[in-house]
Design a protein around this ligand. Structure first.
Ligand SMILES: [Zn+2]
Length: 396
């Protein structure tokens, strides 16, 4: 058994909106799982002094585009997932590995898309030991799939599916509806590209009519990736999909995002709001993208900072049916310790989000192990740092 006691935590933000925040407290971790908030451990293997910083669950980027391993040709980037970890992201969900050079978007076959997803999953996953976890191997849904293809996806543990190149102008929508039914019967998660054409030029325009007819589990980048559907179609899509994840990405149209957040607030369904960056891709490579999204939502869209944390963690995990996203007893101990950067007038990390000031990260724990110590390489340091004060070094 390995145990970690985090002392002097200024504020714990649980991610799970049904759990309240706690101030001036401790976090107990045993074998990578949170076993207490406000408790004590008699002989911990490691003691971390959080030095008054805020603790939030590891961020979950619900929309990334990996390719193979830690290389993505979209921006000719290698090593990006480690940089995202330094931006507080401990898990990411692939929105399909579609940046493979030469991929024939107009001529994809079921066999090709399943093989592509499988290779990506086998080569990516958790790229470095103790790094961010990537849920990849997201199958592009294409015409001509049979139920046996869905059985194959289950057999090889592919969990996420995506409509993006499906031709809504020509194809028979009943085929897509059948795919969603087959996916539901197998607990697979269906995401759909919404809005206008994306960088590839080959994604298909999909508005409210498609959302309502197909009934996806997650509406990808509802406020634009980069072009959203018309405002009234956004509202109607949200109204017609009370169970779906409603995703906002860094590729957003800012004006439309405000409409999304205000509408979800008005109808009392903020628990549907999920976040992602939609990177690497046309929007770039953004290690601090999730934090910037949270700053935008809370400082411009009037979303409470607690709700921004929930969107970036708990809601995104739940919508994609993955573990994690909460900082409460029984949760996996993926934790970010962060706070205001010198020069900010914020008092804690929640205040940073409310003001729109990027917070600084001092430490990130994955499965209870501090994988970033001292300070992040991607944010300026917070004005106080967490440190390991004893008695062990966690078996480093
Ligand atoms: Zn995307």
């Amino acid at each position: 058994m390995s145990s970690v006691l985090v002392t002097n935590v200024g504020l714990v933000v649980p991610g799970d909106p049904s759990v309240g925040t706690s101030r001036d407290t401790t976090i107990c971790i045993e074998d990578g799982v949170v076993t207490g908030i406000g408790g004590d451990l008699s002989t911990p293997d490691m003691v971390i002094d959080a030095n008054g910083l805020t603790a939030i669950p590891g961020l979950i980027d619900g929309h990334v585009h990996p390719t193979f391993g830690d290389w993505t040709p979209a921006q000719n980037t290698i090593g990006w997932s480690r940089n995202y970890l330094h931006g507080g992201t401990t898990q990411m969900v692939s929105a399909a590995e579609l940046h493979v050079p030469g991929l024939p978007f107009e001529d994809l076959t079921p066999e090709l898309v399943i093989a592509l997803a499988r290779v990506s999953r086998e080569t990516t996953g958790r790229v470095e030991p103790g790094g961010a976890q990537m849920h990849c191997g997201t199958v592009l849904l294409v015409p001509g799939m049979k139920e046996s293809h869905f059985d194959e996806m289950v057999e090889i543990s592919l969990q996420h599916l995506k409509f993006i190149f499906f031709d809504w102008g020509k194809a028979d929508w009943s085929e897509a509806q059948t795919y969603v039914r087959w996916a539901r019967e197998r607990n697979l998660v269906v995401k759909i590209h919404s809005g206008g054409v994306s960088r590839s030029g080959s994604s298909r325009v999909a508005g409210h009519d498609v959302m309502a007819a197909v009934g996806p589990d997650v509406v990808a980048h509802v406020s634009g990736g980069p072009i959203p559907m018309p405002d009234e179609e956004i509202i109607r899509s949200i109204d017609d999909l009370p169970e779906a994840g409603i995703e906002v990405c860094s590729s957003m149209n800012y004006r439309a995002t405000k409409i999304v957040v205000e509408h979800l607030t008005d109808i009392g369904r903020l628990d549907q709001l999920t976040l992602g960056t939609d990177t690497p891709g046309g929007t770039g490579v953004i290690p601090r993208g999730m934090l910037r999204n949270m700053c935008f939502l809370s400082s411009i869209c009037d979303l409470s900072p607690e709700a921004s944390v929930s969107a970036a963690t708990f809601n995104t995990a739940r919508a994609h049916r993955i573990e994690g996203g909460s900082l409460a007893v029984g949760a996996r101990a993926d934790i970010v310790l962060l706070g205001p950067i010198q020069g900010s007038r914020a008092t804690d990390a929640l205040d940073c989000f409310a003001l729109g000031d990027l917070p600084g990260i001092s430490m990130v724990l994955v499965d209870g192990k501090p994988v970033i110590r001292g300070r992040s390489e991607q944010t300026p340091p917070p004005n106080r740092l967490a440190s390991i004060v004893g008695p062990g070094d966690g078996g480093r």
